[in-house]
Design a protein around this ligand. Sequence first.
Ligand SMILES: Nc1nc2c(ncn2[C@@H]2O[C@H](COP(=O)(O)OP(=O)(O)OP(=O)(O)O)[C@@H](O)[C@H]2O)c(=O)[nH]1
Ligand SMILES: [Mg+2]
Length: 365
Amino acid sequence: MAGYQDEIKRLEEEISKTKYNKRTQSHVGLVKAKLAKLREKDEARRSGGKKGDGYTVRRSGDATVVLLGFPSVGKSTLLNALTNKESAVGAYAFTTVSVIPGMLEYNHSKIQILDVPGILQGASDGSGRGKEVLSVIRGADMVLMVVDITHPEHLDTLKDEIYKTNVRVNQHKPDVRIRKTAKNGIRVGRTVRTEQLDDETISAVLKEFKINNAEVLIREPIDVDQLIDVVEANKVYMPCVVALNKGDLVSYEKAQDVKHETRADVIISAEKRTGTEDLKRVIFEKLEFIRVYLKEPRKEPDLEEPLIMRRGCTLRTVCERLHKDFVSKFKFVRIWGPSSKFPGQKLLSLDHKIMDEDVLEIHVR
Ligand SMILES: Nc1nc2c(ncn2[C@@H]2O[C@H](COP(=O)(O)OP(=O)(O)OP(=O)(O)O)[C@@H](O)[C@H]2O)c(=O)[nH]1
Ligand SMILES: [Mg+2]
């Protein structure tokens, strides 16, 4: 069977040829929606309905970061430079055949780093072990792209492949709500102007996804790609750090030029172990950790050993982290600190957002 490849190609070409403006936006939106649907179908056909036999790696630590890059760019060398785990390092491509974890300890946090095989263009279509590698990323908290500084052009390919795997890096889930209704067509409400997205385009996209009646509430400026992401609801959002490796192979000036062009975060040499402290700091900052202190009734909180969580987490995440039964047995919490209205505030909702340096006294049945 020919699959949907020809049609996908045709639509891709149509989009690249059409200039995006007020007059064409609803047409482009429609074509993009069609394309997104076809890609999903194509994916389902290829995998025969199964989810790929992705690696299953036991998560540990406060967050998990996956190293993504072309073969031989120095991922395994970097894992060794960052963590306390030895990983196979070879002077030839595809030495890594499985996922190798290491643990980076930094500022009282434990960051699990996963080394996976290198990928090439076409990985998301199943070239090499590409699909399996990319599936590891979906389960991670952050992707660390490792790029050989002498091959900065690889970066676009990495970004492309990861985008096609439905991972969105360095953007958050758009603040847009779509509530299906029984009648009245598509009604759009906005709290902000969206120059890139008019009502006609929104209707065209939703109808393509067979949503004919809905209330759409747009609370931040988004484009049509982001709207499609919200409708498809299968995207994963996470931060991404880009490291240019093998900085020792080029001059300082050349390295700075490449960094500027690629907008990479850091220049490193995994082998010479330069720039790696900078990299650790960037990883730590982009993970947006917060510290949560726990206390028992009538006792002082334990300020020595905070629980490390991520910004935006809820009380539910904290409970899940503490014990498998905490969520079902949860009664209430008393909170001191930034997220409470007053010291010792009693709250009953697991959806309460936790902030850095909150002190929690959790009561369970
Ligand atoms: N000059 C230089 N060479 C490096 C650096 N980091 C790694 N290398 C070399 O690059 C080669 C490949 O390194 P690996 O760490 O195995 O690369 P990899 O990305 O894990 O490769 P795959 O697992 O095959 O995808 C080895 O010969 C390393 O010694 C660096 O910072 N500078
Ligand atoms: Mg390797």
